[in-house]
Write a protein that binds this ligand. Structure first.
Ligand code: URP
Ligand code: ZN
Ligand code: ZN
Length: 488
């Protein structure tokens, strides 16, 4: 009887810390041994010449979610997780999204009911808080945090999601008290609203004006404000899907001041620009997301932020909407940029794109690649060391990469249900050829082997990243000196 269920042999094993030539022994879904010449398993996979990486963790994706204007994502938990797996991702953290008037607890039940029968890889949930009532703040959120939903996203824009600064402070103070982690969509709502109204008044409804209305300055202003709000109550935050140089500068400056401000960016800000949105007719709608892709200087700033550590996580922000009346084009080719669902697909190509352009072109080393696509996500959201690394005791979530494999992207070859990809025709070098989730082969040689519903729900621990620095802003500290510190 073999000691191991599976041995991955002779590969180059890469983690966020090291690269080593060794075998990996797997039993009962976890990694049991790393070493040379391990005894044969019930099955051996030969990985000579291949890279053996932790499966990706995609901590920002929208799956089977209804937008605030009622448009349903194209992907359900089956197609999204299959697509993720084919791209080397083995854990997803989508959102359980509250719309105004909804009980958060009921929202979470609904997302579980959707995910459980369909997911083929493991998943956790962030919460989206759009209605921070007394019931939500006082009871539902603290209980949900204790149950393993330890991160939530808040929006500074979108009519039906936006929180005002007062509500943001309530949420941030609660996160501090309860040990949760807040993700912020930072764009100045009134700047966008004002610009959009002026543009539409003048008949500028084409997709390209989406990028004009979601100005860089609007992203920079809101990012700075979110950082100030977080600093006031001394709580770490993550600014999600960052695209503007102004926002990157604000995050870096805050980090330099010693604040625990984290940053996330996404493929669309490295591989698309506003010129993609400026395509004839409504074609540009396929590239509309918020914040939008910007110019080449902004792309370079995003690359710099990845290289110099301003960004800790590289997520897909997969927000899949079909290019028809059910998604991007509710009024066909008459649809204005204000009526289009915002978001682009990218759950399958997130890792291959970054590998090819980042590692392949020498901008990132393999350790940075693994940290940005897997390890840091698991750490930030309380899933490490079970997820995001290759270590004894970790789940055997592994992607075996052929670093030489060349692939020309076509939407037809992807596994989502969107019907197009913004990256059509790109040449990619490096591709995950075998993907394991808890030791099970999920994808091998282009074939899916996982059953619907075989993915498991993951409870997140209170993330160490969410721990306050313990030094509230000076005004609060002065109040505390008068014995009045319990204001949050
Ligand atoms: O345009 C985007 N990013 N849509 C998805 C929703 C969000 O704000 O992340
Ligand atoms: Zn967002
Ligand atoms: Zn998103």
């Amino acid at each position: 009887m073999a000691d191991f269920d599976l041995v991955i042999r002779n590969g180059t094993v890469v983690t966020a810390a090291d690269t080593a030539r060794c075998d990996i022994g797997v039993k009962d879904g976890t990694i049991r041994a790393l070493g040379e010449r391990l005894p044969a398993g019930q099955r051996d996979i030969e990985a000579a010449g291949k890279l053996v990486l932790p499966g990706g963790v995609d901590s920002h994706c929208h799956i089977e979610q209804k937008s605030s204007s009622g448009i349903l994502c194209a992907d359900d938990f089956y197609s999204a997780t299959v697509s993720a797996a084919f791209g080397g991702t083995t854990t997803v953290i989508p959102f359980a999204a509250q719309h105004r008037g909804q009980s958060l607890r009921q929202v979470v039940r609904d997302y579980h009911a959707a995910a459980e029968p369909k997911a083929v890889i493991d998943y956790a949930f962030h919460l989206i808080i759009s209605d921070p009532t007394q019931q939500v703040l006082g009871q539902e959120l603290p209980a949900l945090i204790r149950d393993g939903y330890t991160s939530f996203k808040v929006y500074m824009t979108y009519d039906l999601l936006k929180l005002d600064d007062h509500q943001m402070l309530d949420i941030l103070a609660l996160a501090r008290r309860e040990g949760a982690f807040v993700m912020v969509h930072a764009e100045n709502h009134d700047m966008i609203r004002w610009l959009a109204a002026r543009l539409l008044e003048h008949g500028h409804g084409a997709p390209r004006y989406h990028a004009v209305s979601h100005a860089s300055l609007a992203e920079g202003e809101a990012t700075g404000r979110a950082i100030s709000l977080a600093a006031l109550v001394d709580v770490p935050i993550l600014i999600v899907h960052v695209s503007a140089p102004e926002a990157i500068d604000a995050i870096r400056a805050a980090q330099t001041r010693g604040l625990k401000i984290f940053g996330e960016t996404c493929p669309q800000y490295l591989f698309l620009t506003a010129a993609d949105i400026d395509r004839p007719g409504v074609e540009g709608a396929k590239f509309c997301c918020s914040p939008p892709p910007r110019d080449e200087a902004a792309q370079e700033a995003v690359w710099r932020g990845l290289v110099n550590g301003t960004f800790q996580v590289f997520s897909s922000d997969h927000a899949p909407y079909r290019f028809d009346a059910s998604g991007k084009l509710p009024r066909g080719d008459k649809t204005s940029f204000k009526e289009m669902a915002n978001g682009v697909p990218g759950i399958e190509l997130r890792l291959p794109l970054l590998f090819s352009e980042g590692v392949g072109k020498g901008r990132l080393d393999l350790q940075q690649f693994v940290a940005l696509t897997a390890t840091n996500h698991a750490k930030l959201y309380g899933l490490h060391p079970r997820k995001g690394t290759i270590a004894v005791g970790a789940d055997a979530d592994i992607a075996i990469w052929d670093p030489e494999r060349r692939v020309r992207v076509t939407s037809a070859a992807l596994h989502d249900s969107v019907g197009y990809t913004p990256y059509e025709g790109r040449e990619i070098t490096g591709w995950p050829v075998t993907v394991l989730s808890r030791g099970r082969i999920v994808v091998e040689d282009g074939t899916l082997h996982a059953a619907r519903g075989s993915g498991a729900f993951l409870r997140c621990a209170s993330p160490p990243a969410a721990r306050p620095l313990g030094r509230p802003a000076a005004e609060i500290a002065r109040l505390a000196a008068f014995g009045d510190a319990a204001i949050f």
